[in-house]
Design a protein around this ligand. Structure first.
Ligand code: C5P
Length: 311
């Protein structure tokens, strides 16, 4: 028995870090959208024999396949919470991860893979676990995990565990909106970015009432998606990783395109308007062709560039 789960990347359209908590984590208010781009996780039930319960193969080099991988952490957490698969005999699970989402990217790849593993195990076990319990297991695995239990844009609060699906009108404004993702050859460590914000506190925090006000103003109105875009992690990231603001300025000055960073970076994204002319390679939007050219010209072949859409 085997199941394949799509494990999407995400971008933060709105990310306000509002302050540091007593437990060392940060409170945030965010709008996060899953993307029509991601990894595939195949999970197959196997006879364990003498092998370990859970095994992971991955097609991409540099991805850890040992217990430090969130896929295997998720599998262990699921088994501990449910007693499965011990209860059903000597069966284990063999995971195969087809990796497309870059790491250290602010695209939530590892968190998304963890939730895909939880969903796969739940399916293989005949849906042993209700959604609320799955959410509790997900939250314990990482702050960015719970959002991936929903296949639509959500608001995320607390340290990331408080998730609400956006109201229908807001979902309609976001659905299918095309984006171009672009990431230089380096990643940014999330703990480092939060650490810089804490070290310079409160300079970069946006107080929670202001964050909520900005968000509810956008939700209540009919402003464009671009007027929602915000990320107060950019200050610390851009100061060290100057390639990012330089690229964003080039896109703005040369092509009139507004771009932002996603999460703690290093991926940035630009919304692609439907009004731009088509006619590039494969009918590609002419503006997208120019953007790709500008990015590759500056960041070279190791840059990751991906056109996709909000789910
Ligand atoms: O929860 P997760 O393991 O993804 O978080 C990685 C690190 O990012 C944490 O150890 C913490 O330093 C920082 N973080 C934070 N506040 C959050 C989420 C993450 O300070 N809401």
């Amino acid at each position: 028995m085997s199941v394949t789960i799509f494990s999407p990347a995400k971008i933060n359209l709105f990310l306000a870090i509002t302050g540091r908590r007593a437990d060392g984590f940060h409170n945030l208010v965010s709008v996060v959208a899953p993307l029509d781009f991601g990894d595939d996780l195949e999970a197959s039930m196997v006879e364990r024999g003498t092998a370990s319960r859970f095994r992971l193969d991955c097609d991409a080099p540099g991805i850890p396949r040992d217990d430090s991988n969130l896929v295997l952490k998720a599998a262990v957490a699921f088994a501990e919470a449910t007693g499965w698969p011990e209860a059903t005999g000597r069966q284990g699970v063999h995971f195969k991860l087809k990796k497309r989402i870059p790491v250290g990217a602010g695209l939530g790849g590892g968190s998304s893979n963890a939730v895909a593993a939880l969903r796969a195990m739940n399916t293989l076990s005949g849906n042993l676990v209700p959604m609320e319990k799955l959410a509790a297991i997900a939250v314990a695995l990482g702050s960015d995990c719970a959002l991936f239990l929903h296949d639509v844009p959500v608001t995320m609060r607390g340290r990331g565990e408080q998730i609400e699906v956006l109201p229908r009108a807001a979902l309609k404004r976001l659905h299918g909106r095309k984006v171009l993702l672009f990431k230089p050859g380096f990643g940014i460590s999330t703990p480092w970015a939060y650490g810089r914000m804490a070290a310079e506190a409160p300079a970069h925090y946006l107080p929670a009432p202001e964050a909520e006000q900005r968000l509810s103003r956008w939700m209540a109105g009919d402003d464009s998606v671009s007027s929602l875009l915000f990320n107060n992690m950019e200050d610390v990231a851009f100061r060290k990783f100057v390639a990012l603001p330089v690229m964003i300025k080039k896109l703005q000055a040369g092509l009139g395109v507004a771009a932002r960073m996603s999460g703690s970076g290093s991926t940035c994204f630009a919304l692609i308007g439907e009004d731009a002319k088509t006619g590039g390679p494969g009918g590609e939007n002419a503006l997208v062709t120019q953007m790709k050219h500008l990015i590759r010209q500056s960041w070279g072949g190791e840059a990751f560039v991906q056109e996709t859409a909000l789910i």
